[in-house]
Design a protein around this ligand. Structure first.
Ligand code: CTP
Ligand code: MG
Length: 389
């Protein structure tokens, strides 16, 4: 019998702040970053951790329902493991409410700011792995690259601090659960984060590497920077289309999709008439903005007189790659009465996939007796290509 074991990991995402410095009408965790709220992004990262967890989202009273809706949508099959509770007046009070909602038998707790929406999952994994090895608190940090000055209230520099001794602190921060609960219960002062509260109780905190993407989205500048980071990291996609038509030529051998088809009428053309290969070349060239097969591989070029489809395909792949593109996939539709395609469809797909180094799918149909393909006068092939830059 399968039982639903309670995960031993608890994760608290604090999202109850108002975001005064960001200055949006809605609370900061519910502000959109390139179409997805900060909370949604943080939650999705947490759910991509390999270890199962109970997740508590600490939301403002006004946005508990929105937080529940997000949890339902992002949670999928594990949505019942995501709880939503109401936050407190300070971050510390919000964390306290979050840990109170975790199952009593959690052995490790991670606390994460929803506002650090781009922190990669690798940092969560690093923190968690370290928590599991001992009884210390664990915090991801970034080195300070600027010179650090000490200043007075009049705006004068009164000394310098050795920056090698300093680090800035991110989240998620991880703790052994019992010690963390005890530290919270015993806390008498307000702390700006969890490791400082944990350390104030005389407990040890160790560091692991943070990530430049783990910055806290605080001001409108941070939000814009996060948008631009996402934009620059998104692969740029381009689609292309290609069509080729060849008439049957009983005297020629049949080459189609890079394969030889014995006992079939061949296709007429300057080259071997391989309509599939030529349509794929045109789709790839069109996606890359590199013109078409006629302009790239002219009929006057002796290298391509009677050339096999594979020769055109390899030359096209080379052009497309040189222009800075990767092939994502190619799809082909053939319209023809002959050859009968289905027995060798997988063979064609495997051959073309090998030549292109990307998945190629091929489908075939007849045209119900209509038009030149229906009358059995020739073959049409249509191809689409997707490239990423
Ligand atoms: N937070 C919280 N409860 C609070 C205050 C803050 O859950 N009472 C959360 C925020 O939602 C945020 C994280 O703690 O994810 C870090 O806080 P901060 O960046 O300061 O967010 P805000 O307090 O919302 O922003 P501001 O200080 O500009 O108002
Ligand atoms: Mg704040």
């Amino acid at each position: 019998m399968v039982t639903d074991v309670v995960p031993s990991l608890g994760i608290v995402i604090v999202a109850a702040g108002s975001g005064t410095r960001l200055g949006h009408p809605e609370p900061k965790a519910f502000v959109s970053l390139a179409g997805r709220s900060l909370l949604e992004r943080s939650l999705a990262t947490v759910l991509s951790l390999a270890e199962p967890a109970t997740v508590v989202v600490v939301a403002p009273a006004s946005h508990r329902q929105q937080a529940r809706d997000i949890a339902q949508r992002i949670g999928g099959a594990v949505r019942d493991h995501i709880l939503v509770v109401e936050g407190g007046a300070t971050r510390q009070a919000s964390v306290a409410r979050g840990i109170a909602a975790l199952p009593a038998d959690c052995d490790a707790v991670l606390v994460h700011d929803a506002a650090r929406a781009l922190q990669p999952v690798a940092v969560f994994e690093r923190v968690l792995a370290r928590v599991r090895t001992g009884q210390e608190g664990v915090v991801p940090v970034m080195p300070i690259v600027d010179t650090v000055a000490r200043r007075d209230d009049e705006g004068r520099v009164i000394g310098h601090v050795e920056r090698a001794e300093l680090a800035t602190v991110q989240t998620p921060q991880g703790f052994p659960a019992a010690a963390f609960r005890a530290a919270h219960d015993a806390a008498t002062a307000e702390h700006t984060d969890d490791q400082s509260l944990f350390a104030a109780g005389g407990r040890t905190v160790v560091i692991v590497d943070g990530d430049a993407h783990g910055f806290k989205i605080t001001t409108p500048w941070d939000l814009r920077r996060a948008e631009l980071l996402l934009e620059s990291e998104r692969p740029r996609l381009r689609t292309g289309i290609g069509i080729d038509v060849h008439a049957y030529d009983e005297a020629a051998p049949m080459w189609l999709g890079g394969l030889y088809w014995p006992d079939e009428p061949g296709l007429a053309g300057h080259s071997d008439g391989d309509a599939i290969s030529h349509a794929v070349c045109d789709a790839l060239l069109s996606a890359a903005g590199l013109g078409d097969i006629g302009s790239r591989f002219g009929v006057d070029d002796p290298r391509f007189a009677d050339a096999r489809g594979a020769v055109f395909l390899s030359a096209t792949v080379e052009l497309v790659r040189t222009a800075g593109f990767e092939i994502v996939n190619v799809a082909v539709q053939v319209v023809a009465r002959r050859p009968r395609f289905s027995p060798r469809r997988h063979e064609v797909e495997a051959l073309l996939t090998g030549l292109l180094g990307a998945p190629v799918s091929v489908a075939a149909t007849t045209s119900d007796g209509l038009g030149f393909t229906g009358r059995g006068e020739g073959v049409t092939a249509v191809a689409t290509a997707l490239l990423s830059a």
